[in-house]
Write a protein that binds this ligand. Structure first.
Ligand code: PEP
Ligand code: MG
Length: 747
């Protein structure tokens, strides 16, 4: 880099800093800045365009173009050269602008006489804020160093915009992070909540983008890099049980932490006048812009890793990030890129809602949010860039929509929705102690699903008769290591204590597929949902399951115990698992422990194959519970976690209902109690259909018990059955339309 340019860009930045330090309104500042850039770069024109809304740029200040055009000239994203810079986030450098593709003549600016054009994006961490342009009459190509110098200035402008330095008249100069924004994501857990943003990892704010002493800044960067390398080495050294994918990410971290190119680029930025933090952010912004353009998913992932590691480096440099000392706002709604289940549990029920930029319906965080019954929206793109701590926010988990800093009219409509839901809850509370008895006299027993100690307080308030499914893997998922037998026994005992004699069905560890324990080595599988999971792991590597069964037996100590095994596909698997349980009871007896009063051993029917098992399976199982989430995914061959296909098939499909009919009949023939514990059990119409098909026990989320009971008490199940039969006979794909029609008349 030539010394002359280096000093030129440093001199430019110094002048910029002095200008920004002077008092003045946003407009005055921008005017002064365009003047000084044109002067320093010896161009006739310098203009700043800022986004007015996500699709429109507005000329906000200029030196050289007609002043009357300021706040009047607008262009859409992609329109003209300025719009192209904004869209591609890449500089345009041309000696002959009028001949450049996409050039648009704007008479109000008087710009036709300018030949050369250099435009660079004003962006902060991939967020596009505007475009900075210089133009001159002389037909010249700007040098690489001039492009670089303008980019550095644009970066400082972005930083200062973020800090509110240019707030002024006109929408494009309205205070950023004040406008209402709506995000359309995906529903992770239903429910609605109003509250204030709590950022899991608050954004790092750079207060000084200028390097007063480049040598000292380079030394600061060097020290932070050293710390970064140590921490990455540390993570790698302790990541023994990591999956191949996690390892790949960690290796990428290490590669970046030791990358000479990355450090060299940041040092060059500092030499040109940026502070160490600003240099990290400049490179991070560039990486984010590349990330958006990268067609190759592998490259995108790696750029994502660079983004993560840059955040770590920024936190090391500024000491900001977590633990900022801020206190949780009222009705906190957690906003994060992603969050681990353990961290989410630490917040626990203090949260009113959760919004994630990433995540999937089946992710552990989603499982925990569901267990905590907190509304959750996932895939809310860019929310962490837009939201600030304390911002008002509305989360609509039903629709997967989030309103950040909502207009009053939106907020009040939303409040009506919450109030209606609360009223409905009141109505449900009034029938809490009544049975779910249908008009035909049939009583359906309603139970709740649980997985955490925190779920148990819902047992009396929901009106559930017991816990129909206790997902024991949550306790494993939220820890860093396999829990000890004593710990588990104490926990299960507390669960039974809290249930006060009501039945709790413990499902043994269901890991694999989407539920991966970070500390357990697992083989890489081409299709984990069809792979080594649940009972398959329990039978092949019986150590953990045996320990868990012992813990359950000890926890029961004189009380009745119900245990079921997940994902049984063949009769022999059930018998082998059952034998393990019997062996453990015998062992505990020999050791002199108090045995459970009685033990029920059941199976989950989650694969179609089990519906065709020999009679001896149905006769030997003490009870059978249909895991509808898995059963449906295998019946329709549609991944329950894949947004593209997840909703494609309906539980009320006549083929599926015929299949359930078969299961009901086989259980009835063997006299085996049957329940249904997938998510569908908690949806009122589906619940009516299940009851009509003969299910007498349904297990669901506690919040669903009220709505389901309310509907069941108002319908005649024999009529419902007749409606389903008519749909089957008519050859309908789904019984839903007829059921809906009939329900309308029933209410
Ligand atoms: C199911 O598959 O329906 C079920 C209840 O288990 P899980 O959702 O935990 O797989
Ligand atoms: Mg399942």
């Amino acid at each position: 880099m030539p010394e002359r340019t280096e000093t030129q860009s440093r001199r430019l930045l110094r002048r910029l800093r002095d200008t920004l330090a002077e008092p003045g309104a946003g407009q005055e500042r921008l005017d002064r800045i365009t003047h000084l850039i044109a002067d320093s770069m010896r161009t006739e024109v310098c203009s700043i365009y800022l986004f007015r809304d996500p699709d429109t740029l507005e000329l906000c200040a200029t030196q050289g173009l007609r002043k009357e055009a300021v706040h009047k000239t607008r262009m859409r994203l992609g329109e003209g050269l300025v719009g192209r810079v904004a869209r591609t986030a890449q500089p345009i450098n041309t000696a002959n602008a009028p001949q450049e593709r996409g050039f648009r003549y704007m008479p109000e600016t008087g710009e036709e006489i300018y030949s050369s054009f250099l435009g660079v994006p004003i962006q902060r961490l991939g967020e596009r804020l505007g475009v900075l342009v210089v133009q001159s009459k002389e037909a010249r190509q700007y040098s690489e160093d001039e492009v670089y110098a303008l980019e550095v200035v644009a970066m400082v402008l972005a930083e200062m915009t973020e800090l509110g330095a240019f707030v002024g008249e006109g929408e494009a100069m309205g205070a950023r992070h004040k406008r209402p924004v709506t995000f359309r994501g995906v529903c992770g857990q239903e429910g609605a909540a109003e509250g204030h943003v709590w950022l899991h990892e608050p954004r790092v704010v750079i207060t000084n983008p200028f390097a007063d002493d480049p040598k000292a800044e380079i030394a600061r960067l060097g020290k932070a890099m050293e710390e970064l390398r140590l921490s990455v080495d540390d993570i790698l050294a302790t990541a023994e049980g990591a999956t191949a994918e996690q390892r790949e990410v960690l290796e990428a971290y290490r590669m970046f932490a030791y990358s000479k190119g990355w450090v060299r680029r940041m040092e060059a930025d500092i030499a040109r006048g940026l502070s160490a933090e600003a240099a990290v952010e400049k490179e991070q912004s560039a990486a984010r812009a590349r990330m958006e353009q990268a067609p190759d998913p592998y490259l995108r992932d790696r750029l994502h890793d660079l983004d993560d590691i840059s955040n770590r480096l920024l936190r090391l440099l500024t000491g900001q990030g977590r633990n900022t000392g801020a206190t949780l706002p009222e009705n906190p709604i957690l906003v994060a890129r992603n969050i681990g289940p353990g961290e989410l549990l630490e917040y626990g029920r203090a949260l009113r809602g959760v919004v994630l930029e990433e995540g999937s319906v089946g992710s552990h965080a989603a499982i925990v949010a569901r267990a905590l019954a907190i509304p959750l929206v996932i895939n809310a793109e860019r929310i962490t860039t837009e939201a600030l701590n304390g911002d008002p926010i509305l989360v609509d988990g039903d629709q997967g929509i989030v309103h950040l800093r909502p207009e009053e009219s939106v907020a009040s409509a939303f409040r009506d929705k919450i109030a209606m839901a609360a009223k409905a809850q009141e109505r449900y509370a009034s029938i809490r102690d009544l049975p779910a008895q249908a008009l035909c006299g049939t009583v359906v027993s309603l139970h709740m699903n649980a997985g955490l100690m925190a779920d148990l307080p819902s047992l009396p308030s929901s009106g559930a008769e017991g816990v129909g499914l206790f997902r024991t893997e949550l306790q494993f998922l939220i820890r860093n290591q396999v829990p000890k037998r004593g710990e588990l026994a104490a926990l299960y005992a507390r669960v039974m204590d809290a249930a006060r004699g009501k039945r709790v069905v413990f499902r043994t560890l269901d890991i694999g597929s989407d539920k991966v324990l970070p500390y357990m080595k697992r083989p890489d599988e081409p299709n984990p949902a069809l792979g080594w999971r649940a009972i398959r792991v329990g039978l092949d590597k019986p150590g953990v399951m045996r320990m868990q069964l012992q813990a359950l037996i000890r926890a029961a100590a004189g009380r009745p115990l119900s245990v079921m095994f997940p994902f049984i596909a063949e009769v022999d698997e059930f018998f082998a698992a059952r034998q393990q349980m019997l062996d453990e009871i015998e062992r505990e007896r020999r050791l002199g422990h108090v045995l459970p009063e009685r033990v029920e051993i059941g199976a989950m029917l989650e694969t179609p194959s089990l519906a065709f098992a020999p009679d001896r399976f149905f006769e030997a199982a003490d009870f059978i519970s249909v895991g509808g989430n898995d059963l449906k995914q295998f019946f329709f061959a549609a991944d329950r976690e894949n947004e593209l296909v997840r909703r494609r098939y309906d539980m009320l499909s006549t083929s599926y209902l015929s299949f359930l009919d078969r299961i009901v009949r086989r259980c009835a023939a063997a006299g085996t109690p049957l329940s249904f514990c997938g998510e569908d059990a908690g949806r009122p119409i589906e619940a009516v259909a299940l009851a009509a098909m003969g299910f007498r026990m349904l297990s669901m989320r506690p919040a669903s018990i009220g709505p389901v009971k309310h509907v069941l008490r108002r319908v005649n199940l024999e009529e419902a059955r007749a409606v389903i039969e008519s749909a089957r006979q008519a050859g309908d794909t789904s019984a839903r339309p007829r059921l809906m029609e009939w329900l309308k008349s029933a209410f």
